[in-house]
Design a binder for this molecule. Structure first.
Ligand code: BES
Ligand code: MN
Ligand code: ZN
Length: 496
């Protein structure tokens, strides 16, 4: 999708779209178009009770007295409440409507589209971002699509007096490319995307200046990564550990580390999952997908920070060689783990990935992302990802980045009680505790592999990596959650 910005007047032909504030039908673009159409727009609005309430749509085909093929008006609610996230949502809604039309291009009027909470520059750039994010499709495996079932829209021209929107959007577009990278990875079926092919896709990031290192089983054995390797030992696919280094900051400065759970398929292993819904477990690599997409976004926009992304890539399968409940494995940290449930595999992968990250990179701060527990869905539904950390300053930074991007987080407890319940009778710890507090117990497990005093946060994104319904800037399917959040967190805290 090509998105251009211009100051020129709205064309008198073709499709035109514009947002309108609630109660703002007598002003700005709407009033101007209404005058040109000799009141046809106002009559249409009155007919369907359109007043500009948020997400209301007024779609007029072949409007009277106008040469335009279509006028699409998007309600954005009260001006006093209008933010950049509202602008993104309006862009997303416009995209849904315009993708269904036959025309190849559309003009969008963004004039008078500011509020106390955003400038016209921010509003126009984020409208474009929302538009772009919502046009995402994953249809590469649909072989029977007729040409008329595919969207024709290829060019969006935004008519706005804003002088800065174009520059702002150039950055946002790069972040969107990171989001798209993540969505593509998460959407792929597990017969196509497995540890080795995931690693191969990461190699594409070398073209952007990212240093990509891939460790295989042989190397990981040498390092003593018994926790990660135990998860993958029942799979015909070789486990991999991938490091993605973006060095845009001062040379020699310690990096920020992002660590992702990349379980390319989670059957549960010998503690096998029920059949119903097991297909969802193709997106159990959503944490690793988000980390890879965030590194892509940072590299695309040449972020002035040193960041390393580490992906623990495995497949959790039942097999004659699979690990058993009651096995004891030794992690790279030297700590031993009694396996109670082979379905609690994500924490085992992260245990070694996180330890290795600290040993090799000595990061200033470390955030891990994982589709870790079903329990986080019980607590937070699909609205928030769970944030677990003992570091209040880091929590504040991440919560703020979530608010700014709409990728929301909710802080969850991480206390001594959660650590107490994973004591084992025969090893240093066991990999599951009771059902009660399941997400916190899992976080406490990971916490045992974080070095004392390190700035670390864990994000449980099990409710966020995938959506079964369309969202304002996310079509149903892989969300790409985490990319914008991490980009924002790094931009506001580490790029100075
Ligand atoms: N990948 C799952 C968690 C999950 C569940 C993600 C639903 C997305 C949607 C994880 O590996 C898992 O199986 N967790 C278990 C842990 C339990 C065995 C302690 C769970 O949540 O049931
Ligand atoms: Mn599992
Ligand atoms: Zn899992």
């Amino acid at each position: 999708m090509q998105i251009a910005f211009t100051k020129s007047a709205l064309p008198a032909t073709g499709a035109v779209a514009a947002p309108v504030f609630e109660g703002g039908l007598k002003e700005g673009v709407f009033a101007a178009l209404d005058a040109r159409s000799k009141g046809a727009l106002a009559r249409a609005a009155a007919t369907v009770n359109f007043s500009g309430k948020k997400d209301q749509v007024l779609d007029i085909i072949a409007p009277a007295f106008l040469e335009n093929s279509r006028i699409l008006i998007i309600g954005v609610g009260k001006k006093a409440d209008f933010t950049i996230l509202g602008a993104e949502g309006a862009g997303g809604l416009a995209a849904v409507r315009l993708m269904r039309m036959r025309e190849k291009s559309v003009s969008i009027a963004l004039d008078g589209f500011d509020s106390d909470k955003t400038t016209i520059d921010g509003a126009a750039a984020h409208f474009a971002q929302g538009f772009l994010l919502r046009t995402y499709r994953f249809d590469k495996y649909k072989t029977k699509l007729e040409p008329d079932q595919k969207p024709q829209l290829a060019k969006v021209t935004i008519h706005t007096p804003s002088t800065k929107a174009k520059v702002l959007f150039a950055e946002l577009e790069k972040i969107a490319q990171g989001v798209t990278f993540t969505r593509d990875l998460v959407s792929e079926p597990p017969n196509v995307l497995y540890p080795e092919s995931f690693a191969a896709r990461c190699k594409e990031l070398e073209a952007l200046g990212v240093k990509v290192t891939v460790l295989g089983v042989k190397e990981m054995k040498k390092l003593g990564m018994g926790a990660l390797l135990g998860v993958g030992q029942g799979s015909a696919r070789e486990s991999k550990l991938v490091a993605l280094e973006w060095k845009g900051g001062r040379e020699g400065k310690a990096p920020v580390a992002l660590v992702g759970k990349g379980v390319c398929f989670d059957t549960g292993g010998i503690s096998i999952k029920p059949a119903a819904g097991m297909e969802d477990m193709k997106w159990d690599m959503g944490g690793a997908g988000a980390v890879a997409g965030a590194i892509k976004a940072l590299a695309m926009r040449k972020a002035k920070a040193n960041v390393v992304g580490v992906l623990g890539l495995v497949e959790n399968m039942p097999d004659g060689n699979a690990q058993r409940p009651s096995d004891v494995v030794r992690s790279m940290s030297g700590q031993t783990i009694e396996i109670i449930n082979t379905d609690a595999e994500g924490r085992l992968v992260l245990a070694d990935a996180i330890w290795w990250t600290q040993e090799v990179y000595k990061p200033v701060a470390m955030v891990d992302l994982a589709t870790l527990t079903g329990a986080i869905l019980i607590a937070l539904a699909n609205e928030y990802a769970g944030l677990f950390t003992k570091d209040d300053a880091l929590a504040a930074q991440l919560l703020k980045a979530g608010e700014a991007t709409g990728e929301l987080l909710w802080r969850m407890p991480l206390a001594k009680v959660h650590d107490d319940v994973i004591k084992s009778d025969i090893a240093d710890m066991k990999n599951t505790g009771p059902r009660e507090g399941g997400s916190s117990n899992a976080a406490a497990f990971i916490g045992r592999f974080v070095k004392k005093g390190a700035a670390w946060a864990h994000l449980d994104i099990a409710g966020k990596a995938w959506t079964t319904k369309d969202l304002p800037v996310v079509p149903k399917g892989a969300t790409g959650y985490g990319v914008r959040l991490l980009d924002e967190w790094i931009r506001t805290n580490y790029e100075k």
